[in-house]
Design a protein around this ligand. Structure first.
Ligand SMILES: *Cc1c(COP(=O)(O)O)cnc(C)c1O
Length: 405
């Protein structure tokens, strides 16, 4: 099989990342969000798609900010020369807030204690910290409990008056936006509006109010406010139920996970396959060995179920997924060692997708992506023909490109 990227014949397994798809998905989300800004969520190494190349592609697509969970991810973006606003929302007591303020990272705060830590770091750095206050509107995870919100906003107002911080944002997170008709969505938006009113009454003037994840961006226009925070959608996966996808904006999956068969052999009927002998061949058949396993992020729970495509034909993981490899019974298909096998990709030509793998493994596409790592080399493709100069990088101008991790 020929490979879509030059020079890849020597790679056993690779995750090919289509950065044009990322850019185009962000442009689609930006259009969907109408007047709201788009913050591209690139936490967890951009859902294993690669933090820095994805952040750049998202900014090219019209994102005006990037969002990450932890400060180290924010520092990595700055170290790579990304100057766009970066928001980091998950920090434990003792986090390096002073460095974050010096590096111009926007910080989240959910408690008076955390505000004081940030204010102290701001005083030490001689700069004003930019803060987004988080209210728990019904997710039941991070964020100030509504009962504590008035006190938090008053304290923030005082710290603003002292010149230590500026409350740029008020934000929250939706729990069930991917469940159409969930009554919790409207309830959370009502609580959010009440929290915004309290913040205003207590003297705060946040300019960036945000609550929408991908599902909110795609399906709840009232949740857009000033900014949306899509993650999974920028990677080309619609988190809404499958039956709704046809009526929604088209997104293109950016990651293709593929490998080259290491071995192919004919075996007789009744040949047991892989650990535990959970499968035996029904007839004379051909077994193909794939050099990817659970150490590379292939879920073991997809044993006997994960879909693959070899030479244009769909098959299924046969028997158990092992640490480094799995087997596929390809019947009487004509395959040879070195042939390409696709585990998931954009779904063109009947190929499997990450959603198919999620269904096979009893999980969600988010987990399929974020597990991918280990030995699967990442390869980037982009055409690079529409650089609008919004990024100041050292490459990504000419393509196709091949940056190996
Ligand atoms: C991960 C995350 C997002 C993005 O969620 P998606 O469902 O991937 O769009 C947005 N906001 C916060 C706070 C997150 O943790």
């Amino acid at each position: 099989m020929t490979s879509p990227v030059m020079d890849m014949e020597t790679l056993q397994a690779s995750a090919v990342i289509d950065l044009d798809a990322i850019r185009d998905n962000v442009a689609t989300l930006r259009a969907t969000a109408r007047t709201a800004e788009v913050m591209a969520v690139v936490k967890a190494d951009a859902y294993s798609h690669g933090l820095v190349p994805v952040a750049r592609a998202a900014l090219r697509g019209g994102a005006s900010r990037v969002g990450v969970a932890v400060l180290d991810e924010a520092f990595a973006l700055r170290a790579a020369g990304i100057t766009a606003p970066v928001f980091a929302w998950l920090a434990a007591p003792g986090a390096p807030y002073q460095r974050a303020i010096v590096e111009d990272i926007d910080l989240a705060a959910h408690s008076v204690g955390q505000l004081h830590e940030i204010a102290y770091a701001a005083a030490c750095s001689g700069q004003v910290a930019r803060v987004h206050l988080k209210v728990d509107t019904g997710m039941g995870r991070g964020g100030t409990a509504v009962d504590d919100w008035p006190a938090l906003t008053l304290r923030a107002r005082d710290l603003e008056a002292e010149g230590l911080l500026r409350v740029e944002g008020v934000w929250s997170h939706l729990a069930c936006a991917d469940e159409p008709g969930s009554t919790s969505i409207a309830r959370q938006l009502t609580v959010f509006d009440e929290a915004l009113a309290i913040a205003a009454r207590n003297g705060l003037q946040p300019t960036v109010r945000h609550i929408a994840n991908s599902a909110g961006t795609l399906s709840v226009p009232q949740s857009h406010y000033d900014l949306v925070r899509p993650g999974i959608a920028i990677y080309g996966v619609n988190p809404m139920p499958r039956e709704l996808h046809a009526s929604m904006p088209v997104l293109r999956p950016a990651m293709t996970l593929r490998a080259h068969l290491t071995q192919v052999k004919r075996v007789p009927a009744g040949t047991p396959v892989s650990y535990g002998h959970t499968y035996s061949t029904a007839a004379n058949t051909t077994l193909a060995v794939v050099p990817l396993g659970y150490a590379d992020g292939i879920p073991r729970s997809a044993s006997g179920a994960g879909p693959v495509q070899v030479n244009g034909r769909r098959h299924t993981v046969t028997g158990r997924v092992c640490m480094d490899q799995f087997v596929v019974d390809v019947g009487n298909d004509d395959v040879v060692p070195g042939d390409e096998i696709v585990l998931f990709g954009p779904g063109d030509h009947g190929g499997p997708t990450a959603i198919d793998w999620a269904d096979a493994a009893g999980t969600i596409a988010y987990e399929i992506f974020t597990r991918i790592g280990g030995r699967a080399v990442r390869v980037y493709t982009l055409t690079g023909d529409d650089d609008d100069g919004t990024h100041d990088d050292q490459g990504n101008h000419a393509g196709p490109e091949d940056c190996r991790r």
